[in-house]
Design a protein. Structure first.
Length: 281
């Protein structure tokens, strides 16, 4: 049994500070964000100097004792709290009993360019946080070396984005707030071919694959969920490519289309340059 005196007070300044991170302006001011649930907290603890604090219910601390141990080993302050306190900090309907406070993990765009990436996802006008996090997860799964969120896209640290990434936020470099023109030009200068994914593309993905042009370093630019990419953004790309619809579906959602495009590039790059493992760094 845990003595009530061991539980952090609901009126603690630490609780109040964590609760405020649900709002973007506080996240930006403190350069801190929330990671909820065992998977996200475990990944944060494994990411050097990222996890600052962990709020855990007594039940969750017992159930996920290994994660709590990893958090302590990473230097995070662990606070035991009752369920109401953790639920108050959490932004989910059904909290899992663990909420971490993490330092921002975004990478300067210039560092991404210096690494000469072979596969990049650029979120140019993505406004839905769940979609942003899911595309980040798809990019991670496909073996992309980086993700870029332009200044017209959603906040990377929105709690829905963080949850939808399912820990992938901590796996690969992500640049934020980059103007789309700067992102495209910088990647071009780094030798990366720019493909804009858009339902109005004059070429389709099958044609690109058949031409054998997708084995080169590639950045896919993904647009808004409802209206795609504006003409001025499409004009920046080397090619505008649509995912072919072979059946009767009206369209694909953003995350599904992104997964198809990124995996197509990953497969073409492995074929062109030998076995390119999606687990390699």
């Amino acid at each position: 049994m845990v003595d009530a005196a061991e539980l952090i007070s609901p009126k603690s300044p630490r609780v109040s500070a964590a609760r405020r991170l649900a709002k973007r302006n506080f996240r930006g001011k403190e350069r801190l964000f929330l990671a909820e649930g065992p998977q996200a907290v475990r990944e944060a603890a494994a990411h050097a100097r990222t996890l600052v604090e962990l709020f855990a219910t007594v039940d969750a601390a017992e159930r996920y004792a290994d994660i709590v141990g990893e958090a302590r080993a990473a230097g995070a302050r662990v606070h035991l709290a009752d369920e109401d306190v953790v639920a108050d900090i959490s932004t989910t309907v059904t909290p899992q009993g663990l909420v971490g406070v993490c330092r921002f993990v975004d990478t300067p765009f210039e560092e991404i360019l210096a690494a000469r990436p072979k596969l990049v996802a650029v979120l140019a006008h993505v406004r839905d946080p769940g979609n942003a996090g899911t595309v980040l997860r798809c990019a991670d799964a496909a073996g992309a070396e980086a993700v870029v969120l332009t200044d017209a896209s959603v906040d990377l640290y929105n709690p829905k984005s963080v949850r939808a990434s399912v820990g992938s936020l901590f796996h690969l470099p992500v640049a934020v707030g980059v103007p789309v023109e700067k992102a495209v030009q910088g990647l071009k200068d780094a030798g990366v071919r720019i493909l804009a994914a858009d339902g109005a593309g004059e070429d389709d993905l099958d044609t690109e694959l058949d031409k054998g042009t997708m084995g080169t370093p590639t950045a896919w630019v993904f647009g808004n969920e409802a209206w795609g990419l504006p003409e001025e953004t499409r004009a920046l790309a080397d090619a505008v490519v649509r995912v072919p619809i072979h059946g009767r579906a009206e369209s694909l959602n953003l995350a599904t289309a992104a997964a198809v495009c990124l995996y197509a590039s990953a497969r073409a790059q492995r074929a062109a340059g030998g076995c390119r493992s999606v687990t390699s760094s």
